[in-house]
Design a protein around this ligand. Structure first.
Ligand SMILES: Nc1nc2c(c(=O)[nH]1)N[C@H]1C(S)=C(S)[C@@H](COP(=O)(O)O)O[C@H]1N2
Ligand SMILES: [Mo]
Length: 407
């Protein structure tokens, strides 16, 4: 790559386009890498502390990436004229521009997701993912098959050919070899990206949507709490969870599971599973919003209202906050007493009439419908009343303390 073209002035039209093209390629590469890090569950577990920094970086580079597109726009008509006879180049241009437009618009919506309705941000997230799953392999294919290396494969042969011309021109071995390599490149990319894409797509396929409770649930609980209603009163949830964890998914059994309420309470409580499922439950239907943009609607939760748990243990005068512990041993979060006393804060045991799957934080998780789900501690097994503020797992790493869902 010729770096001087980034600073040179008075370039010819072609060089100007090359400059924009290179700039675009660099930004796309950085966005792909940071986007992958944000998406991957491996990095969520390994480097949770850099998430917010990487997200901000991704957003800023994303905004910068609008510049080459904007500079290109006025040049487009002239460029198209030069491509009059090159149908494939035109097709490539339209493909790339559509992918970029989809990524930029959905990316902007996701950046401002707190100002838009959750339905729109869920949609933007799906578009952003889809454009990535199609766009990244396309761009890699494009970079390989248009690279100097790829062109040279032909050239060296061509030079040899000039010395010993082939008799049958149509059977040109260079073209054969290149189209073979093109198919090979496409094949390798398909082998790499199809499984990843399939994994992403699976929950959205209608045939699988109903039976989305995972087959491999390490949790074993007996007796099973019976739902109040045979059918979920919300009619069954709509939308897909993305399962997040910052540890391995922990597993529990009715033998080793306990639930504790302690700290600044009048009477400390410790339940085993048998005792816990006898506590009086209530049912509610609510939506579930993740701060990364996705939502699940109309989930029927059955569980013990947090308010009842707190009142039954008796809140000490000195208590100002409620701290929630996950059975994964790492994740925690907290609410003020006032927030915790809200009616729809619930310690959930059943989701749509079934035991909460281990992936979704079962057997017991906190549900905070009016707040982002990072407050919704999975594998909840301890509630502690405390005097001083406790900063939760993600809030310590840059998430906003104010988790209220607006709009
Ligand atoms: N123990 C624990 N609880 C957690 C998390 C986590 O990583 N560990 N992630 C939170 C976040 S950010 C979200 S969006 C939801 C995701 O819930 P799900 O995995 O059931 O989709 O769980 C919340 N509770
Ligand atoms: Mo989240």
């Amino acid at each position: 790559m010729n770096w001087r073209i980034f600073i040179a002035r008075n370039l010819k039209f072609g060089r100007k386009l090359t400059r924009l093209h290179h700039l675009n390629a660099i930004l796309f590469l950085v966005l792909t890498v940071t986007g992958f890090v944000l998406f991957s569950s491996f990095y969520r577990t390994t480097f949770p502390g850099s998430r917010v920094l990487i997200k901000d970086f991704h957003v800023w580079i994303g905004i910068l990436s609008m510049l080459p597109v904007l500079f290109y726009m006025p040049k487009m008509t002239k460029h198209l004229k030069t491509l009059r006879k090159r149908k494939n180049h035109r097709l490539n241009l339209y493909t790339v521009l559509s992918i970029l437009a989809a990524l930029i618009i959905s990316g902007l919506l996701l950046t401002y997701h707190r100002q838009i309705p959750p339905q729109l941000s869920s949609f933007a997230l799906i578009v952003h993912d889809l454009a990535t799953w199609l766009g990244v392999p396309y761009v890699i294919y494009h970079s390989v098959t248009r690279s100097q290396w790829f062109k040279n494969i032909g050239k060296t042969r061509q030079e040899k050919m000039r010395i010993t011309p082939m008799l049958i021109d149509r059977e040109n071995p260079i073209l054969k070899r290149r189209s073979f390599l093109r198919v090979l490149t496409g094949g390798v990319l398909a082998v790499i990206f199809l499984p990843l894409f399939g994994n992403w797509l699976k929950p959205y396929l209608p045939t699988m949507a109903g039976s989305s409770s995972p087959k491999t649930d390490g949790n074993k609980f007996d007796p099973l709490p019976q739902p109040k209603n045979p059918e979920p009163i919300g009619g069954g949830r709509k939308g897909q969870f993305r399962n997040y964890t910052v540890t391995e998914v922990p597993t529990f059994t009715d033998e080793n599971w306990h639930f504790t309420i302690d700290g600044l309470v009048k009477k400390r409580q410790k339940y085993n599973w048998r005792e816990f499922v006898k506590l009086k439950r209530s049912v509610q239907v609510s939506d579930f919003h993740c701060v990364t943009g996705w939502s699940v609607y109309n989930i029927t939760w059955e569980g013990i209202p947090l308010k009842n748990i707190l009142q039954d243990s008796g809140i000490d005068q000195r208590a100002n906050y409620v701290k929630f512990y996950s059975g994964d041993g790492v994740y925690t979060d907290s609410l003020t007493i006032d927030q915790a006393m809200q009616d729809d804060m619930i310690v959930a045991v059943l989701m749509d009439g079934e035991l909460i799957p281990g992936q979704n934080g079962g057997p017991v998780r906190l549900i905070t419908p009016k707040m982002y789900a990072y407050k919704s501690v999975k594998w909840l097994n301890r509630i502690e009343l405390i005097e001083n503020e406790h900063v939760g797992f993600w809030e310590q790493r840059g998430y906003e303390k104010d988790a209220w869902v607006r709009s």
